[in-house]
Design a protein. Sequence first.
Lengths: 146, 267
Amino acid sequence: MGFDQYHEPPEELSAETRTFARLCASLEEESQAIGWYQQRLAVERDAEARAIMADAQGEEFKHFAMDLEALLRRTPRWRAIAEGVLFQGGDIVENGEAAEAASEDVGNGADAPPEGSAAANVGAGSGGATVGDGSLGIGSLRGEGR
Amino acid sequence: MNHLLRGIAPLSDGNWELLDDEARERLHGPLAARRLVDFAGPRGWEHSATNLGRTEELSPPDGEGVAGLRRRVLPLVELRADFSIERAELAADDRDAVDADLEPLDEAALRIATCENVAVFHGWADAGIVGIAEASPFAPVALGVAEDYPRCVARAVESVRAAGVGGPYGLALSPEEYTRVIETAEHGGYPLFDHLAKILIGGPIVWAPGVEGAVVVSLRGGDFLFESGQDLAIGYDHHDADAVALYLQESFSFVVATPEAAAPLGR
């Protein structure tokens, strides 16, 4: 088993970043599989085989969407940009440029703090240690001690 | 900048980080309901209602042979706890003081967390929220002296289990009952806390300000649904030369899907 999803020494990365990298690797694999099935469907003439391939491709669509959603939930700036691009009408490139510009004060982008710093894994949120919507990011406390 | 108006407050980035960290730490302990019920969201400040999947009949505006129905929803409610911080304390924080006075924030955090617990466990009639304890079909088990707690909690757990609702189970205790539990050792020195944890099949025992007595709840999932609109956040209201007026705020709804998945205990 390889560990190619890590670009930096794994022992220097936090558990959160290693999980993030694994999700990115999964996203890449799902999109690759979608492309492969698309090519097979383009050349396969057997109806039964085509039905199976189409069903399998549907699974990959689902896996890709789940991986992407998990990554977006963990990355406020990525999410902010995605919200300006995905499921929007109009010019995709223009939407992308506008969403990127509007996201500049949202945290967890390329200016994410170093591993281990107090500000890691939170966003700027108008000047404090908040997530993208300005909240404290508390959410569910199931499974946590008092 | 969103409705919290954090960007126009006279606070440095360091001040905001101090306040956010303090709020997070002070809320973590008393937010008991979030340790025991399902949490969905946050859906955003704009999210206004929870779908109940139910309807009520309406008279159609015209004609016979046409039925009218209106969808029923549960509106989200907003909680807000105001507080103010002395600007001198914020200036001291900017100079790296380690003892800035944030007591007003600490008190606001406890107030809003307690209010959330009360709404979830005992209901909020004006908001249309029915609490876990008041929805339960079981009569409250009477809490006696601390040494009787294992029997009382076991009886409450058995009520829920006999109704077909599996575990593990959690136990929300009022601060008074919680103190009583952790102070008590049974015969042979065995801590009461550990004995109760075994009865709950490993579920958590939770310090729950705002709860009256205690409540046993199933943790199997799908029985108690807390939907967050905007999760807890600090917003800016106004300031003068001496202090900055801020607030803690959230929006949420709460629905009991399975009343028999909980059993109250009381005095």
